[in-house]
Design a protein. Sequence first.
Length: 573
Amino acid sequence: MSANFNPQFAKLGEILIHNGKATESGVNEALAEQKVTNEKIGMTLIEMGFIEEDDFTSAYAEQLGYRKADNFILLETDSTVASLIPEDFARENRVLAVQKSDTTITVAMEDPEDVVAVDSVKRLTNLNPDILVAGPDLLEKALDKVYGEIQKTAEVAETIDSITVVSGDEGSQEEVDLSPDKASDEDAPIVKLVNLIFMESIKERATDIHIEPMEKQVYIRIRIDGVLQTIMTPPVSSLSGLVTRIKILSNLNIAEKRLPQDGRFSIKAPGKDIDIRVSILPTVYGEKVVMRLLDKTGFDFNLTSLGFPKQNLGKFKKVIKQPYGMVVVSGPTGSGKSTSLYAALKEIKSESTNITTVEDPVEYQLDGVNQVQVFEDIGLTFGSTLRSILRQDPDVLLIGEIRDGETADIAVKFALTGHLVFSTVHANDAPGTITRLLDIGIAPFLVGSCLNLVMAQRLVRRICEKCKKEYTPTNEELALVGLDPKNLTGPLYKGEGCGECRNTGYKGRLAIFEMIPMARDLRKLVFDNANEDEIRQASLKNGMTTLREAGLARVMDGTTSIEEVLRSTVEEL
């Protein structure tokens, strides 16, 4: 190619070759294919895998003499600017307004040469269009994201317009029905707004709702697949009404705004029966509300669907079918500990086995299992309940969490007297779980005698199947998780982001595990009151797979990403 190469006088294929993004043979092959399909050469090159969409967009922008729209500009577009162009027109003409000034409006277009569309934008906005070139797939994602936000904002704005503070005169109720046929136009605006928050959260499979007051607005965020995402930002004036409504539903004191409060209530939605745990905490800008959503409609997980690798699944099944001893699962709040134990109960449940659980709260309802809900306020504690259960002739016992010495002592005695005990503790990893049990106050000889298996776990997000694409990680990315490029056995994947996954690239989660079956040498270390590092080294020698290694195995098989493993695990030093 000439040093005086001018892209505005060149064909698209020539520009791609000049930029080093395509080969001459690849372009010729695409030209031959184009004669059959009659598609544009750029789309043909992309479909045949010779170039990426970003390469095409850059070359096309050079050819036309325009700037290229990057991902950030498109996907972080201000919805108030985008709304200057009606959605129907934007989708039909493949155009998105991304920025504006007093005299100009910056628009991203798939075809900047569409003079009719450009002229229509000028007439619609009374501003001069400044055009950016965008690739078709990226533009489609941006249109879905931005106009989806506009629709939600419009619905929320309509609800907020006539908000007034709820006084609490409507009385308390324990269950709220969110069925469409139960809603009416006469419902108070604040009630409609709260219902809208619940419906959006349930639709998006959220596990938590956060209502967070700041100086100028309220952030309402929901936790989807373990990550918080903002769904709306109503004004500060709506906070008092929102909190009061939630307090009324939870039977809390609406007059008390200086102290933390905890409550609960249930809601019904189409096909869903949700138990909601409420925590209210005073902050400098007002009361913050966090609500935990527990789906009571049934438990449909099993050990395989949770993500157990084959080599660990066999070990786990063998241990949970032992007649006595203790199985302890550890991890932070929301890491799926209880779900794993429920799946274990489901695996061993039979007509000949009496299974009883003591939980706070009961997260899932299992048929054939006797489940007891702890109520601290009336004296129904873990300790008092467990003492009563001993007279109920249990074979298998699940203790929701070992929190103190009393609960730990009873759990150990159960395990040493012919019962199989499942429980959870808060610890960072599997070796740390053993030292945590010792810290709670259990004697080393008891811990060493009763433990059958210790397992730590984390949840990582699955790459969305709808927008999953192969990609080549940089050496820096691989170095962050200690992967050698030579050891890669196949392609790695990431999610591009689509409407199905709220443009996150992830949908759903799976667990990764760090498992320690208690072999004889490990029991001896515990008897001798060994420190955590000694237990870790012995476990690694016995073949323990660390959480980081388990996560990387899921990266290698294309289930999750390097980014998720870095977010969920720490490097073993």
